[in-house]
Design a protein around this ligand. Structure first.
Ligand code: MLT
Length: 253
């Protein structure tokens, strides 16, 4: 992986392909290397950039994130260093929350927005409290505390062992930071009517973590959005249905 110093951290990223710049923002508790299957479908059309977010993967170190806005700022700084003023931005789940924060803060930089298994609504009070309880468990048990998520991240049991492996390599500080940043994220529904760029929404109809209604809710609020719903697909369409997910993102070029 390549590295650049971004906002005081050493940020690791993979980059492949050529064409329109495409920034892929990973979800929780994952990292950027999981995008490779999707990148196989996209690298003939896009210059694909796949960073590990602050606190995750090879950008781990001691630095957990504090907010979605901070992680969006890291990505803007990375794009500045790479001299990419405008990109298509696509995020999975938590990566979608960060992509929404990015699009709100830097709308002029966004050519198109992809939201995969994500939502604009904030946590419920119960969900918010659960994040803090999980963060305490991670502080004592490390990534083992969230290993059970592997089975919920996909409707296809074939992918669960790979997801477990990815979860176990995440630093505790990054997981704790991600949990608290998700708990405190803004209600992004208010931003959506102002998004003038095209948006591609992709949601598995068998998503066990975020219900498909959350993408339908976003579509209703967005001026220019297409929604692809995938029967039998779970929370990770970019792994479970990479060809269909790639096609949806192609429309953003
Ligand atoms: C993710 O996949 O990024 C997380 O499950 C999202 C969340 O917990 O809200």
């Amino acid at each position: 992986m390549a590295r650049l110093n971004v906002n005081g951290i050493s940020m690791a990223y993979n980059r492949r392909g050529s064409g329109t710049p495409l920034l892929l923002v990973h979800g929780f508790p994952l990292d950027g290397r999981l995008w490779e299957l999707l990148a196989d479908q996209l690298d003939s059309q896009f210059d694909v950039l796949m960073p590990d977010l602050r606190g995750f993967g090879e950008s781990g170190a001691e630095v957990g994130a504090t907010s979605m806005v901070q992680m969006a700022g890291d990505l803007a700084a990375l794009l500045d260093l790479l001299k990419l003023p405008q990109t298509v931005v696509a995020g999975h789940s938590m990566g979608g929350y960060i992509s929404l924060a990015f699009a709100h803060a830097y709308p002029e930089r966004v050519l198109g927005l992809g939201l995969i298994g994500s939502q604009a609504a904030p946590d419920s009070p119960e969900g918010h409290a659960r994040r803090y309880a999980t963060a305490e468990q991670v502080a004592t048990q490390g990534p083992q505390a969230v290993i059970g998520m592997a089975d919920k991240l996909t409707a296809n049991p074939q992918f669960a062992p790979m997801l477990r492996e990815v979860i176990l390599r995440q630093p505790a500080s990054g997981l704790i930071g991600g949990l608290k940043a998700m708990a405190e994220r803004a209600d992004a529904r208010a931003y959506l009517p102002n998004f003038g760029f095209p948006v591609a929404l992709v949601h598995g109809l068998a998503d066990a973590l975020i219900p498909p209604e959350r993408s339908r809710e976003m579509q209703a609020l967005l001026p220019k959005a297409e929604l692809l719903e995938l029967p039998g697909v779970g929370h990770s369409p970019f792994i479970e249905a990479p060809v269909e997910t790639a096609q949806a993102l192609m429309s953003l070029r």
